[in-house]
Design a protein around this ligand. Structure first.
Ligand code: IFM
Length: 451
């Protein structure tokens, strides 16, 4: 056994998002979100569950904070539901929505837990979707208006802000694959959405800085290290394509390089009018300096050329490694390689792992204990990879498990459980799993013990 110590000021956190835990979908003046509409549409969610009540965090947040505190959690990453604040997306503010997050933030600070607030984790007001949503440029002004309202109100107490969570998922899973709200299948719309997400981030950062002076501001990306399925040049190219699509399409503009030329060429057939939605000074806004990059890492991608006319490669998984119940390969080395690559290729100032975790459905045994050894091993192995990255000079400042508790896993509903805390969706009882008790000790010692 070896004990690995983390840097003194390393931040140990856990994460959730509004639609996935809050419930109270139509209470206290909240407007409808695109996820309310999507989950209420038959056939969209695998098990027909919804976020209507889910963990009922909206009413149970004091107990949830207490539970986090009892587990030594130092930082809590949560998101704010835009339709609670501006039920129509713009215009009239709902004071009850602001009060909810104000009380939550005060409760966290009283419990000595640092709030990390995300402005957008996918629950767009339906009223804005009705006007065209992320593919339309007006959304940039809507987002900055919302950002201004929230950060004016909470900016004195929240010192860590994220603009968007996982713009790739929002743009492509929501607008090209159609698996997430709003459920479109339109490549051009996806690319337009991606651009407006980046632009709205760029325009929001100075507003946050003005309303919350001295706070850290950043963006959170879902990133995946990509590998060719074979040593062939075609598969190498396929891996480069996937890297360009998921990683570089967002990293390059954020770090001052505009959209990657190889991908602009690759996407050209979907873009009969080119990048006509990009205006002359957009990139000046997108490349605004930030304080950190948030990295959500779950697995790697292996790509194979499939000789398609549009060069669109296939993402395959020939690995015999363990897989989580999402079907995602467990591959901790990918996190090490991703972090070192971000440091060398982009010189990111500071990195937080804003999400990392695994879906396993282990539930309470006869004694009420949840023995989720596979999740515990997953977290430990990814922390070992993170530590190796720190030793290699990566400025990794903190780690957030996904997720604090079992919740609504989007199109999979409640069939996938990512929590360190078990939630009984009938009684809403919470039971910390073994991984939570283990994480508590990790935080207490600022160290992990490796086999
Ligand atoms: O549950 C999601 C989260 O909302 C965003 N990142 C990935 C998680 C697991 O799929």
């Amino acid at each position: 056994m070896t004990t690995i110590h983390f840097p003194e000021d390393f931040v140990w956190g856990t994460a959730t998002s509004s639609y996935q835990i809050e419930g109270a979908w139509n209470e206290d003046g909240k407007g409808e979100s695109i996820w309310d509409r999507f989950a209420h549409t038959p056939g969209k969610i695998e098990d027909n569950s919804t976020g209507d009540v889910i963990c009922d965090h909206y009413h149970r947040w004091p107990d949830d904070i207490q539970l986090m505190q009892s587990l030594n959690v130092q930082a809590y990453r949560f998101s704010i539901a835009w339709p609670r604040i501006l039920p129509q997306g713009m215009g009239k503010v709902n004071p009850k929505g602001l009060d909810f997050y104000s009380r939550l933030v005060d409760g966290l600070l009283e419990a000595n837990i640092t709030p990390f607030a995300t402005l957008y984790h996918w629950d767009l007001p339906q009223a804005l979707q009705d006007k065209g949503g992320w593919p339309e440029r007006f959304i940039v002004d809507a987002f900055t208006e919302y950002t201004d309202v929230v950060t004016r109100h909470l900016g004195d107490r929240v010192r860590h802000w994220t603009t968007h969570n996982e713009p790739w998922v929002i743009a492509f899973v929501g607008h090209q694959m159609g698996e997430h709200a709003p459920g479109w299948q339109d490549y051009v719309a996806a690319l337009r959405a991606a651009h407006h997400l980046l632009l709205s981030h760029g325009r929001a950062v100075p507003i946050i800085r003005a309303n919350s002076p001295g706070a850290e501001v950043g963006m959170v990306l879902n990133l995946t290290q990509t590998y060719p399925a074979s040593p062939s040049p075609a598969d190498y190219q396929a891996a480069r394509w996937v890297d360009g699509w998921i990683n570089r399409w967002f990293l390059d503009p954020l770090y001052g390089r505009h959209y990657p030329a190889d991908m602009v060429a690759a996407f050209s057939e979907y873009l009969p009018h080119g990048l006509d939605f990009v205006q002359a000074d957009d990139f000046a806004a997108v490349t605004v300096p930030t304080d950190y990059l948030g990295v959500n890492y779950y697995t790697r991608s292996i790509a194979r050329d499939q000789n398609a006319p549009d060069n669109h490669p296939q993402v395959i998984d020939p690995s015999t490694n363990e897989h989580t119940e999402m079907g995602w390969e467990v591959y901790a080395d990918g996190l090490f390689e991703l972090l070192t690559r971000l440091h060398t290729d982009y010189r990111t100032p500071k990195i937080y792992i804003t999400e990392n975790g695994a879906s396993y459905s282990d539930g309470p045994n006869g004694d009420g204990r949840v023995s989720d050894t596979r999740r515990l091993n997953y977290l430990r192995d990814h922390l070992m990879a993170s530590h190796r990255a720190i030793e290699n000079g990566v400025p990794l400042a903190g780690y957030f498990t996904w997720s604090f508790m079992d919740n609504f896993e989007w199109a999979k509903g409640i069939s996938q459980r990512f929590g360190m805390v078990w939630v009984d969706f009938e009684t809403l009882q919470r039971i910390p799993k073994d991984s939570a008790w283990w994480y508590k000790k990790v935080i207490a010692h600022n160290a992990i013990t490796t086999p």
